[in-house]
Write a protein that binds this ligand. Structure first.
Ligand SMILES: Cc1cc2nc3c(=O)[nH]c(=O)nc-3n(C[C@H](O)[C@H](O)[C@H](O)COP(=O)(O)OP(=O)(O)OC[C@H]3O[C@@H](n4cnc5c(N)ncnc54)[C@H](O)[C@@H]3O)c2cc1C
Length: 456
């Protein structure tokens, strides 16, 4: 194995290579720290597509697989290291190559941090809608590989909806481009969509052309409190049925409200069973009208109190607090964030099922999430040294995934399959569909060199 490292160092003198286990340790895990991780042979930091190509060629010749890595904020184990393989970190490929206002596009390397892209395009009066709650840490490459969602999906959709083309290094070291700046382009199969969400298993994304929009007006923000979490779920269903498409429709249950308020001292109603945050970015009277309709739906669903953010700063605090829900829950114990989705009208039933299943497994659970997308994050809280915790969480997870599927939902709305959801993939998609996925993997990566053991 040292010969592969020698070869890499000799042929790529400008690429940083970490080999010492003390140095590679920080690159073994993602945010699923509970996953079993191997020890990588080395961690590499390419700077260009040519570097990535050369790494793929040399690794392929030596039969050593590659695990792609962005910022390591993933929540399904996609970037977790595999024993004896190369972890390729894209953090040094972090240039915004072009912002093109005439075509409303940006071309970026994969290591660009989501928040940095938005800050850069805002200078041109533009914005890039996908914004995972981790937007200040996660990379565009990770967002693409996970097809990430975020807090603006109700209105703007997920990452896949904002990608026009990719540059991808394949397992054999060849490079392809799947699209460019064309808004409409239907030549051949849609390879862009295939690579988006493929979790580093089909190719290494080295560049992306992304769609942008003109920056919308500042948001108007509404906070609604409910006596019971089911009432908040009912409000989501009513808002959706009323034809309102707010930019944000986020939910927090009582446990999460208390954790967030403890941490951020926002004066939230701690006696409430649940809270919804509804935002409009339509601006002016249109925003007022949108929030009035949402308010009426919340009242009809039994809201106990409704408040408007007094100004944009207060709205920013509330949004930041929602983004920090997971971090706030971590102060209550070890917090394991999960991810399920259901059709939006089934949210009240899913919330009841989560409560029931957590209770049956003697687990404390905080629930928050992108309720407007039907996407919930039940977060299990356990004591650090509890020997029974793992088994109880596993049992709850299985029950919650099966309940989501029975409601016509999904085992993962946005965090991906990775290692965490792999055992349930066939249950959701069916054996034949998984066979089709394996056939695609076999066609693109016949020697299993890209992120082995993940997803399939
Ligand atoms: C507090 C917190 C909040 C979060 N909120 C959200 C949220 O609101 N919505 C959401 O969807 N997710 C959320 N996440 C999950 C996570 O941030 C996203 O999945 C994010 O897109 C991962 O990006 P990353 O750069 O950290 O990727 P990593 O975790 O490093 O990698 C993720 C996957 O992408 C692959 N990959 C990375 N770069 C490339 C590349 N260049 N080519 C090919 N494959 C690549 C890896 O192999 C891996 O499979 C949250 C995570 C945390 C910790």
């Amino acid at each position: 194995m040292t010969s592969l490292l020698d070869e890499l160092r000799a042929q790529l003198p400008d690429v940083r290579v970490l080999h010492d286990p003390a140095d590679t340790e920080a690159f073994r895990f993602d945010e699923t720290a509970y996953m079993r991780a191997g020890r990588p042979l080395a961690v590499l930091f390419p700077r260009s597509t040519a570097d990535v190509q050369r790494i793929a060629q040399l690794a392929g010749a030596a039969g050593v697989p590659i695990v792609a890595r962005g910022a390591g904020t993933g929540l399904s184990g996609g970037a977790v290291a595999v024993e004896g393989t190369l972890t390729v970190s894209f953090t040094q490929m972090n240039s915004i190559l072009e912002i093109d206002p005439a075509n409303l596009t940006a071309s970026v390397q994969p290591g660009v941090i989501n928040a940095d892209l938005n800050a850069a395009v805002a200078g041109n009066g533009l914005f890039y809608p996908p914004d995972p709650a981790s937007f200040e840490m996660c990379t565009i490459g990770g967002n693409l590989a996970e097809n990430s969602g975020g807090l603006r999906c109700v209105k703007y959709g997920v990452t896949r909806d904002w990608v026009l083309g990719l540059e991808v290094v394949l397992a054999d070291g060849s490079v392809i481009r799947t699209g460019g700046k064309n808004v409409k382009d239907v030549a051949g199969f849609d390879l862009t969509s295939l690579f988006v969400g493929s979790e580093g298993t089909l190719g290494l994304i080295t560049e992306a052309t992304l769609r942008l929009l003109p920056l919308p007006p500042p948001k108007l923000t509404l906070i609604c409190f409910f006596a019971a979490v089911r009432d908040a779920g009912e409000a989501v269903a009513r808002i959706t049925a009323a034809g309102v498409v707010p930019v944000t429709l986020e939910l927090m249950d009582a446990f999460t409200i208390a954790a967030v308020d403890d941490m951020h001292q926002l004066g939230l109603d701690r006696s409430a069973g649940a809270m919804l945050m509804v935002e409009s970015d339509l601006g002016g009277v249109a925003a007022e009208a949108e929030l009035a309709t949402a308010e009426a739906a919340c009242t009809a669903a039994g809201a106990t109190s409704i408040v408007r953010a007094a100004n944009t700063q207060e709205a920013d605090w509330l949004r930041q607090a929602r983004r920090a829900a997971h971090g706030s829950l971590e102060r209550a114990g070890v917090a394991r964030m999960d991810d399920v989705g259901v059709p939006r009208s089934r949210i009240p039933e899913m919330l009841e099922q989560i409560e029931r299943i957590a209770g049956a497994n003697d687990l404390r659970v905080g629930v928050f999430g992108h309720a407007g997308d039907g996407n919930l994050h039940p977060t299990y809280i356990v004591e650090r040294d509890d020997p029974t915790a793992e088994a109880r969480i596993d049992s709850a997870r299985d029950g919650i995934y099966r309940a989501a599927l029975e409601l016509g939902g999904t085992i993962t709305g946005e965090h991906g399959t990775g290692l965490a959801k792999k055992p349930w993939l066939e249950l959701q998609r069916g054996a034949r569909a998984v066979e089709v996925m394996r056939a695609i993997k076999q066609a693109l990566d016949p020697d299993g060199l890209l992120n082995p053991g993940k997803v399939l």
